[in-house]
Design a protein around this ligand. Structure first.
Ligand SMILES: O=P(O)(O)OC[C@@H](O)[C@@H](O)c1c[nH]c2ccccc12
Length: 263
């Protein structure tokens, strides 16, 4: 585990909860994963911006909680053109659950990312998913966890926040890398984070811009900086907006390249 100084209190508490959460006693899962590179190629062929839309009922930085059925949210995201769905399975701070992910994965045919704070191998076996998030800052044995995830069939998405973490991810063999624009110290978002890290990512890595992408202009900015896909939660969930239209929120970002919406 890397240093815990400079973590926002909410993040420290998320980690503490993650450490206490067990794994699964039922043995290793075997995943027949839906290919993320195929899904990205399909989006490109269709002229859709590859958006990974996130089902995130709430978060430490959200203005409220959405109580909608997670399956309906995911279906609306896919109807809006989402290339993949990210599902928070963290229960205590994001309102997520592994069961919701399973239901979503049954209901949609795009790849589904499990978004959680996985720290140990046994925690990989809680639920099947196509992609699995591993956060460089929080895991001790990144190479071991990447290998363990791949053995089970997951496509590991390795999250970094700066160049040093990028080096760690590359040395550990990551081939799908997400750059999180949100810092874990103050939970503030700065899209320049992606712009500063992206030029150092080799071309054969699938590169995802994560967090803080709110408008079609932000989408274009991240694409120009080299993002193969964008991970968007808050702007699609629109927590403060109550029953805001998730399908339309997704569509707006998926069509960002059309130039019809210049906001
Ligand atoms: O809601 P946003 O700003 O669009 O961000 C989505 C996603 O990037 C964010 O939820 C996230 C990125 N990395 C994480 C790790 C754990 C929990 C959540 C995250």
């Amino acid at each position: 585990m890397n240093s815990e100084t400079e973590l926002a209190p909410a993040v420290a508490s998320i980690l503490e909860a993650a450490r206490e959460r067990g794994g699964d006693d039922g043995g290793a899962v075997t995943v027949d994963a839906r290919s993320v590179s195929d899904a990205l190629a399909q989006a490109d062929a269709d002229g859709r911006v590859p958006v990974i839309a996130e089902v995130k009922p709430t978060s430490p930085t959200a203005d409220g909680t959405r109580e909608d059925d997670p399956v309906e949210l995911a279906e609306s995201m896919v109807a809006g053109g989402a290339t993949a769905i990210s599902v928070l399975t963290e229960p205590s701070h994001f309102g997520g659950s592994p069961a919701a992910l399973t239901r979503i994965r049954e209901a949609v045919d795009v790849p589904v990312l499990r978004k959680d704070f996985v720290l140990r191998e046994a925690q990989l076996d809680v639920v099947e998913a196509d992609l699995l998030l591993l956060i460089v800052r929080f895991v001790d044995d990144l190479e071991g966890l990447i290998a363990a995830a791949r053995e089970r069939g997951f496509q590991p998405l390795v999250e970094v926040h700066d160049r040093k973490e990028l080096e760690t991810a590359l040395e550990a063999g990551a081939d799908i890398i997400g750059v999180n624009n949100r810092d874990l110290a103050r939970l503030e978002v700065d899209l320049e984070t992606f712009e500063s890290v992206a030029p150092h990512v080799p071309d054969d890595v699938t590169l995802i811009a994560e967090s803080g992408i709110a408008s079609p202009a932000d989408v274009r900015r991240m694409r120009e900086a080299g993002a193969d896909a964008l991970l968007v939660g808050s702007a699609i969930m629109d927590h403060a907006g109550g029953d805001s239209d998730v399908r339309e929120n997704t569509r707006r970002l998926v069509r960002a390249d059309d130039g019809t919406d210049l906001t």
